[in-house]
Ligand binder design. Structure first.
Ligand SMILES: Nc1ncnc2c1ncn2[C@@H]1O[C@H](COP(=O)(O)OP(=O)(O)O)[C@@H](O)[C@H]1O
Ligand SMILES: [Mg+2]
Length: 265
């Protein structure tokens, strides 16, 4: 078991911003987490990284029960996390190689001397993610797509059991997005791949390797299960409260808004 959330709720002020979340991830399952902006996706990730604590409910991540055996640092060393919050914290003067190396210490910036083994690992990850050409360039001079690749390589340095990608394609043009998705797919298909959670608000980005999907709506689980039973015309029409049609092409779903009568509730 990689993750178990049981009746997890989160309150801020007098508002429940997450409500009764139940989610179970088995080892080797790759999940898509789909929801509109503001639906609570990042809140859930912050809970499972122990940056935030639930107001109610139980969370168990990688065998660590929050509040019991749980140690935030030990937990985070086993989770690779790519998010815009991390992206913003990267020291702008560090080059891509240093950013990747820092992942070995789960730190932002390099404070300890990396071993030769770590350096070799960083080089091979940079290669795997296609970052060789700009390994020595300052992070701040990289394009958005290049930055995301570097952050994924960084997240893999610690050989995480769980890799979380929070909207990794944000701000990418079509070509850069498709290329990044291709790399993510390749990564997920490797037998030694960590369990992955891919967070997005774009249906089209759900790759075939993400065979489970959780639909999150206004802080609640709308539905979760096999991607094909989540991502279809009927389910998404209800989810978006808007008549939409899902068309599959090359095992990927494409969403279109359609003109139609009332949604049948
Ligand atoms: N500390 C907080 N206090 C009150 N509301 C918050 C707080 N943090 C997040 N929210 C609200 O929770 C909702 C979900 O946010 P978020 O998880 O970032 O959404 P997503 O990642 O799906 O776009 C948003 O409406 C946001 O305004
Ligand atoms: Mg978010």
């Amino acid at each position: 078991m990689v993750l178990k959330m049981e009746n997890v709720s989160l309150r801020r002020g007098n508002r429940w911003i997450l409500n009764n979340i139940n989610w179970q991830i088995e080892k080797g399952d790759h999940w898509a987490l789909l929801g509109l902006n503001g639906s609570g996706k990042t809140l859930i990730l912050n809970l499972l990284n122990a940056y935030t604590f639930p107001t109610k409910g139980e969370i168990n991540v990688l065998g660590m029960q929050f509040g019991k055996t749980y140690l935030a640092e030990r937990l985070r060393q086993q989770i690779g996390f790519v998010s815009s919050a991390i992206q913003q914290k990267i020291h702008s003067g560090d080059n891509a190689f240093e950013v990747v190396l820092s992942g070995a210490f789960a730190s932002i910036g390099l404070y300890e001397k990396p071993s030769e083994e770590m350096r070799e690992k960083a080089i091979s990850l940079l290669e795997e993610l296609g970052c060789n050409e700009y390994a020595n360039r300052n992070y701040e001079t990289l394009s958005q797509g290049e930055r995301q690749r570097v952050l994924i390589a960084r997240a893999l340095m610690g050989e995480p059991s769980l890799l979380i990608l929070d909207e990794p394609t944000n701000g990418l043009d079509f070509i850069a997005r498709e290329k990044l998705l291709e790399s993510i797919e390749k990564l997920a298909k490797k037998p030694e791949a960590p369990t992955m959670i891919f967070v997005t608000h774009h249906v089209e980005e759900i790759l075939p390797v993400f065979d489970k999907t959780l639909l999150l709506k206004e802080g609640e689980v709308f539905a979760s299960g096999d991607t094909r039973s989540m991502i279809n015309t009927h389910q998404l029409t209800h989810f978006f409260e808007l008549p939409v049609e899902v068309n599959w092409k090359q095992e990927r779903p494409f969403l279109a808004k359609v003109e139609e009568a009332e949604i049948d509730r």
